[in-house]
Ligand binder design. Structure first.
Ligand code: TYM
Length: 338
């Protein structure tokens, strides 16, 4: 338990490890945009997380600019929300070390994302990949963030952040020092699946480029990918219940719902009884309407990396003012000589 009484604060981040896709948009960025006018928000680019697997330096820089451009193109206003890069604020790494000494090996051994990413040959995975969720806890708690908007795949990492916060508060007898951050996961976009395989999540690292709709895709690419999306031969049911056991159909209906702001039941009230020959073109039209303008703005912003870099530097300066103070307090609590 924590008796944290500080201000409500929202924080989230995206790894700079590839192209932004519809899952990142619906699971995370769309929520970031909505929250920025409700609470104090900090949105960062997890470049230190990205290097837990090999990244070519030039690509890493380009991907960092790609994601900050995506944030802005989707409507995050850097004057309202603080937008920065993780490596630009030293305090993340400093707090992560202290948290490495709080987290238990048994906790990290349970992390399913490490198992997925390390694969069979875990002896060859980087140590950073293993302690990845500890750095994530530091990202959140260095700002004493109370709310973290993420997709469903981050749920276990958020639970670990809560465990670390709770254990720190308990071990140092400071029950109200760190908040236990709440994940904000709900909504139809929380788990967008691959267009080729309804049992796999849409992912930056999918080998098939037809599996994901990227935010930079133009109208032709979007329409082609939706046309090729794997489906089944049945017509759509008239209620969401009827989608059970039909993961590909459920995914396409979920995408339609998330983009239109409707529930799956409302979408099916309109399309129930119709086949994919009718539903896919309607979905393609909706995706192009919502994503097309983002792609155009993204390309415009990416053409001016100097501006993007200045946004990140200013954001990092504002973020560090909060984070440095937390690290100062933590060092004192732990017993380091100031
Ligand atoms: P990352 O970069 O894999 O994904 C960024 C965000 O997008 C969401 N997401 C999805 N949502 C729905 N459907 C999908 N197919 C899908 N794919 C990705 C993710 O849930 C996430 O919200 N570890 C994090 C980055 C991170 C972070 C943090 C997040 C580092 N530190 C602190 C929050 C707080 C990650 O790798 O996300």
């Amino acid at each position: 338990m924590t008796g944290y009484k500080g201000p409500e604060r929202v924080l989230s981040g995206i790894q700079t490890s590839g192209e932004m896709h519809l899952g990142n948009y619906l699971g995370a960025i769309k929520k970031f945009v909505a929250l920025q006018h409700e609470r104090q928000c900090l949105y960062f680019l997890a470049d230190m997380h990205a290097i837990t697997v090999w990244q070519d330096p030039e690509r890493l820089r380009a991907q960092t600019f790609h994601i900050v451009a995506t944030y802005l193109a989707c409507g995050i206003d850097p004057k309202v929300a603080t937008v920065f890069h993780q490596s630009g604020v030293h305090a993340h790494a400093e707090l992560a070390w202290i948290f490495n000494c709080i987290a238990r090996l048994g906790w990290l051994d349970r992390m399913t994302q490490f198992k997925d990413k390390a694969g069979k040959d875990k002896e060859r995975a980087s140590v950073g990949l293993y302690t990845y969720p500890v750095l994530q806890a530091a990202d959140i708690l260095v700002y004493k963030a109370t709310h973290v908007p993420v997709g469903e795949d981050q749920k276990q990492h958020l639970e670990l952040s809560r465990d670390i916060a709770g254990k720190f508060n308990h071990d140092y007898d400071k029950p109200d020092f760190f908040p236990l951050p709440e994940p904000l996961i709900q909504g139809p976009g929380a788990r967008i699946m691959s267009l080729r395989d309804g049992s796999k999540k849409m992912s930056k690292s999918d080998a098939s480029e037809n599996a994901s709709i990227f935010l930079r895709d133009d109208a032709d690419a979007i329409a082609r990918k939706i046309k090729k999306a794997t489906t089944d031969p049945e017509v759509l049911p008239s209620e969401a219940k009827g989608l059970e056991g039909r993961p590909e159909a459920a995914n396409l209906v979920g995408i339609y719902a998330a983009l239109s702001g409707k529930t799956s039941d409302e979408v099916l009230a309109e399309f129930g009884g119709k086949g994919f020959g009718v539903f896919k073109p309607a979905l393609a039209e909706l995706v192009v309407e919502k994503i097309g303008p983002i792609g155009e703005e993204l390309r415009r912003l990416e053409a001016d990396p100097g501006h993007l870099q200045s946004v990140l530097r200013e954001g990092a300066r504002r973020a560090a003012a909060i984070a440095d103070e937390t690290v100062r307090e933590v060092k004192e609590i732990v017993g380091f000589v100031g």
